[in-house]
Design a protein around this ligand. Structure first.
Ligand code: APR
Length: 312
């Protein structure tokens, strides 16, 4: 099962990694890479296509500075914008990236009014809202990539700590994408064994803390940019769930309409992804502490939206 066309907007670190992964997994017959930087999407797209004979994929990768090549795409993965630099919070990116997302959304609506948008650009929860509002698409078709990445980081740290396969670790991270995310220790298990039976509360707390700061840890190493391999893998996993109608349950940023007692904001929650995009939001029981942490996370998202409204 594959889509006819998937477009990645932004041919930078995250975007180009997405297009290579989409092609290698043959998730679309055509993978289009769009960027405003002249020559970059064309060069990277051609370079990736030239890896096809070696990797054995037949997805055509095409780079373009315009959106006509993206016409009729089933999915858009949006990574356009500027990346976080050391010392810069995700919120510092606010105004610049909001303007980028507004202009990208206009083009998506023009060339593919039925598309599903997977938002990656940070600050994620707020950029997803900007895309929802400027495309006018229903919430089923504008979904943010955050929880899959945050959960992957959490799982990767648990696997290292226990020295076991990442495949056996199931976890759930809710909340906004950022330092206020809410990793749910009570929903974390290793092949069905609750994590609390394998690790002390102190060690779990340390892993949760590392997960919260996972993005910043990479930025501190790279110095000139932010993470891209795991973010791209996360966005592509969401695209795969949609293209193949896998009905996977993945933590994604979704526009809440009463779920978890909240309204009109994007927040990371367990989502069922299928061919129509967001098909269902699952509500799980939370302890008082977890609920309070989710509320704090929501407050952070709301205040970022207010900051953006004040800037605009
Ligand atoms: N239209 C299309 N592309 C754009 C636009 C625009 N209006 N504005 C900027 N871009 C492109 C840039 O030219 C650049 O190639 O977006 C790309 C961003 O790439 P990088 O700077 O390498 O950033 P990257 O590391 O890929 O991160 C992109 O994803 O995880 C988030 O926080 C991260 O918001 C950031 C985004």
């Amino acid at each position: 099962m594959s889509a006819k066309k998937i477009t990645v907007v932004g041919a930078g670190h995250v975007g180009a990694t997405c297009s290579q992964l989409l092609a290698m997994k043959e998730l679309a017959q055509e993978v289009v890479l769009v960027d405003i930087a002249e020559g970059i999407p064309q060069g990277k797209g051609l370079d990736q296509w030239e890896s096809a004979p070696i990797e054995g994929f037949d997805s055509r990768v095409i780079g373009s500075n315009g959106y006509d090549a993206a016409e009729g795409s089933t999915i858009f993965i949006v990574t356009a914008g500027i990346a976080r630099k050391p010392g810069m919070s995700r919120d510092d990116l606010l105004k610049t990236n909001a303007n980028v997302i507004r202009s990208v959304s206009k083009e998506i609506k023009r060339v593919a009014p039925d598309a599903i948008v997977i938002m990656v650009t940070n600050p994620l929860d707020v950029m997803a809202q900007v895309a929802l509002e400027s495309t006018g698409f229903p919430r089923e078709r504008v979904i943010g990539m955050a929880g899959v990445l945050d959960t992957a980081r959490y799982r990767s740290f648990i696997a290292l700590e226990l020295d076991v396969s990442v495949e056996d670790i199931q976890a759930l991270v809710l909340g906004g994408h950022g330092d206020t995310m809410v990793p749910l220790a009570s929903y974390t298990s290793v092949s069905g064994i609750p994590l609390s039976q394998l690790l002390s509360q102190d060690r779990i707390g340390a892993l949760v803390e590392r997960t919260r700061k996972g993005g910043g840890e990479i930025v501190a190493h790279l110095k000139t940019g932010s993470a891209y391999y795991a973010p791209a893998a996360a966005a592509v996993q969401m695209a795969e769930a949609i293209v193949k109608n896998k009905r996977r349950i993945l933590p994604c940023a979704a526009w809440l309409q009463g779920e978890y007692g909240m309204n009109d904001l994007y927040l990371g929650v367990p989502c069922l992804l299928g061919e129509n995009g967001l098909e269902r939001i699952l509500e799980v029981d939370l302890s008082d502490d977890e609920r309070a942490a989710l509320e704090t996370s929501a407050e952070h998202v709301r205040s970022t939206v207010e900051a953006l409204n004040a800037l605009s």
